[in-house]
Write a protein that binds this ligand. Sequence first.
Ligand code: ADP
Ligand code: MG
Length: 445
Amino acid sequence: MLKDYYLEALEETQKSLQKGKQIWLTNASFLKEGNNSITLAFPSKMYLTNFNNFCKSELQSKIDSLTGSHIDIETIIGEADFSSVEEDDKTEVEEEEIQRKNSYLNPIYTFENFIPCENTNFAYNAAKAIAMNPGINYNPCLIYGGVGLGKTHLLQSVGNYIEKENPKKKVIYVTAETFTNDFINSLQQKNASSFRIKYRKADVLLIDDIHFLQEKISTQEELFHTFNDLYEANKQIIFTCDRPISELKGFTDRLKSRFTRGLNLNLTAPDYETRVAILKKKCEAQNVRIFDSVISYMAENIKTNVRDLEGSLTTLIAYSKLIKTNITLEIAQEQLKNLISAPMASEQDISISTIVKEVASYYNVEISEIKGKKRTAIIKDARNMAIYLTRKITQYSTTEIGNYFDRDHSTITHSIDKVDQERKQNSDIAAALDSLENTIKSKSK
Ligand code: ADP
Ligand code: MG
């Protein structure tokens, strides 16, 4: 009977296991045996994982030597009476694992696979310094920059680093959208206090994409209080935003001032050398080889952001796997021709409506308002910005632009001059314009 061998092996293994690890074995339940196999049942995945990690190899060698042959130890979850098992008795390792699950971090975002360039080196090193000493210096921290430039990657790298090096610290990562939904749900279910407890027990709170909170005044209010509580308790807070804070509309001033209080880090598009390095690293990670000529071609032509670079690479890799061929420069040119076109051609392809749409979403106003007659400050700003960008990135004449926006020629030139002036005087506006221009160009491909 294999069961007898199993019981003997079990007893011996128990003795050799470290204290605290035995629980993973005592809660295994012998279910059945086959010719050369036994099946053990576990109360939950947690028990099974820990059994596999800490006990299985020991048990395996004991039972093999007792029987003189190899016995397969098969495992399943459930199917036995575990009513006496105490779920609360978790080891430290298990606690860590549970905490990791609760933080919603994606483990692929690490400092190791983030490649900084000259312009982003400071942001990269500062984020690392925060990860090493959360809540000490640089608190709060704001990371801002256009789409696809690595904000989420850097933010989550901080979280992943802390979870690994400092597992007792509770890291919470949320998008501003999830934060908002959580808040709304808590109001609907009339348990605002559980919402508060959840966020205020964070040692490190990472909130991604705060521009989402534009015009959401009650959520902003709640965030303001969360911020104050955590800040006073020296807990680390990091935000990301797709634009400079001064460009956020529909935000309370007091919250805006909290965002910018500590360290502000700006991410900008990577330079050519960094684009090459990023592509090479991504190839390495996926274990694919791509000719240098192809890498250079991509890095020369895809300048908008890292997400676009990655997207192009994915397209090429998928193609090469499908066709089972190496990627030559010709293949790359053919496959990416919709993404990459000569700059002039692509700029002419950008329609005014794309520009207006992006500007409207940036300012959180309706497209019809930009083209309409309303003269509130925010709509006027959005309109001027759309006119300016149209002139800058398309080949339309000011008269043609006037026709589109239903304004006379002098109004159009006035708008363009005004934004031009602002751009020179205010680096935040310059950054916002660059980021919008990048977004528009990348969406128009
Ligand atoms: P954002 O949040 O700013 O829109 P993400 O952080 O989502 O951008 O980045 C988009 C993609 O580009 C991700 O897959 C990310 O890993 C990658 N990425 C961005 N910047 C870098 C970088 N400097 N080095 C390596 N990968 C990067
Ligand atoms: Mg992001």
